[in-house]
Design a protein around this ligand. Structure first.
Ligand code: CTP
Length: 418
């Protein structure tokens, strides 16, 4: 099968990648990655770790990038010419390739005992990692926990791929092909330059279901996948907004460049939303449980022979959308709600917009025959004070992009769609 080709180079032109090359047999593949990036107009600067220097030489990196290579070996000189803080912010994107189990663990614990870890701790730029390691190391719970922490912090991950490895074991752990990593980097830049029309704006997005505990092992939940909310968070970030994504438990990774606040219950979601204020835009896609159990049990509820089943008393949860919509100085300039309905969609959604006090409501028909709930497509009606707009059926990513464009238009001086 032909290797995937990187996207058209122009969106990344003029961008700088700070490439951190760590130790590992796959480090030699960074040379091909540099070639692909520079061919796409990307400036590449490199940080070479001590272990990385066992696999690639500073000279080859320098020859390919046309730039001096930063490494611990030259740290004194580097410090005098460019401090590590300045270096950490000198790229538009930091890419760790190959990302070893060791550097992932050190990123998680925030160590700063060499140039690479210091730069990763000091940066305020997005970070992407391309892991490569032995399959057992990759599958170890420690590495998987570190991976979960890094993705929760918004670090983008490319690969690893499965296959036969240098250590003769088979499974996931092989560095993604350079073309795939380059494609992810070009994609990152393309998303970022699509429209900077929400630059300087802060967007809050709620997504996913909430889990309302009954006892330590049981909870009330719903079928929300969180997919539409995650796509909207990504699309708003692509328009240049700073995005806080408050999400209930889902199985999908957060989009790169988005700050994730993971929560479980409606009360936690409400607190996380209040903490995230002030914001300019709030988009509430979460399927917040309407009720929670009044009295949760501190221990697992047991069946007693002959005893009747327990009766759960429910109390209402706070309405996060309605709270965010309350008039006041902290109210976001634009509050968007979602309405999942099974009948009289537009009428119910229109009433919901007024009852909750939000500005727009995105209504969708979630009757099972539409296949929308849990599916990849959506067919929505956008209801604003000006009326209802029916959008054609499209995938959830496309709905998110259109909605982000409409939101960007709301904030543009003439309110025209970019
Ligand atoms: N919502 C919220 N907090 C809640 C309930 C709902 O923020 N406790 C938000 C949802 O994120 C969505 C909107 O309110 O943006 C509508 O949610 P929906 O479930 O359709 O409506 P409900 O308010 O729950 O009303 P009903 O279930 O009676 O249709």
């Amino acid at each position: 099968m032909a290797a995937p080709q990187p996207a058209a180079p122009h969106p990344a032109g003029g961008r700088t990648v700070l490439l951190i090359v760590c130790g590992g047999i796959a480090a030699y593949k960074t040379l091909e990655l540099i070639r692909l990036l520079t061919a796409g107009g990307v400036r590449v600067r490199t940080v070479l770790t001590r272990a990385g220097a066992q696999f690639v030489t500073p000279l080859s990196l320098q020859a390919l990038t046309g730039e001096r290579v930063f490494s611990d070996l030259f740290s004194l000189t580097d410090e005098s010419e460019m401090g590590h803080i300045v270096l950490s912010r000198s790229g538009d994107l930091l890419v760790v390739c190959p990302a070893t189990a060791d550097i992932m663990a050190r990123m998680v614990t925030g160590q700063a005992d060499d140039l690479a870890s210091t730069v990763l701790l000091a940066t305020d730029k997005p970070v992407m990692i391309a892991p490569a390691m032995n399959v057992r190391m990759w599958e170890h719970p420690a590495t998987q926990a570190n991976l979960a922490t890094l993705t929760a912090r918004g670090v983008a991950v490319v690969g690893p791929e499965a296959g036969l490895m240098a250590c003769n074991e088979t499974g996931p752990g092989r560095l993604a092909e350079p073309a795939r990593i380059a494609e992810a980097i070009f994609g990152h830049f393309a998303a970022g330059v699509r429209s900077p029309s929400l630059a300087g704006r802060h967007a809050l997005v709620t997504a996913g279901p909430t889990h309302e505990p009954i006892d330590p092992v049981r909870y009330l939940a719903n079928r929300s996948s969180g997919r539409q909310g995650y796509e909207i968070a990504a699309a708003l970030a692509a328009h240049g907004a700073r995005v806080t994504l408050v999400s209930g438990p889902v199985d999908i990774p957060p989009p790169p460049g988005v700050e994730l606040r993971a929560v479980e219950t409606a009360i936690q979601m409400q607190d996380a939303c209040q903490d995230a204020l002030p914001c300019d835009i709030a988009v509430c896609t979460a399927a917040v449980a309407d009720w929670r159990v009044a009295q949760t049990s501190g221990h697992k509820m047991k069946k007693a022979p002959g005893a009747p089943p327990p009766v759960l008393t429910l109390v209402p949860n706070p309405d996060i959308l309605a709270q965010l919509s309350l008039p006041g100085p902290a109210r976001p300039a634009l509050v968007v709600g979602f309405a999942a309905e099974t009948d009289d969609v537009e009428q119910h959604a229109g009433t919901k917009r007024l009852d909750k006090g939000c500005d727009w409501i995105v209504a969708n028909d979630v009757r099972p025959e539409t296949g929308i709930m849990g599916g990849t497509e959506n067919e929505i009606t956008l209801i604003t004070a000006d009326g209802a707009e029916r959008w054609p059926r499209q995938d959830k990513e496309s709905v998110a992009r259109h909605l982000a464009r409409r939101i960007a238009a709301f904030f543009s001086p003439d309110r025209s769609v970019p």
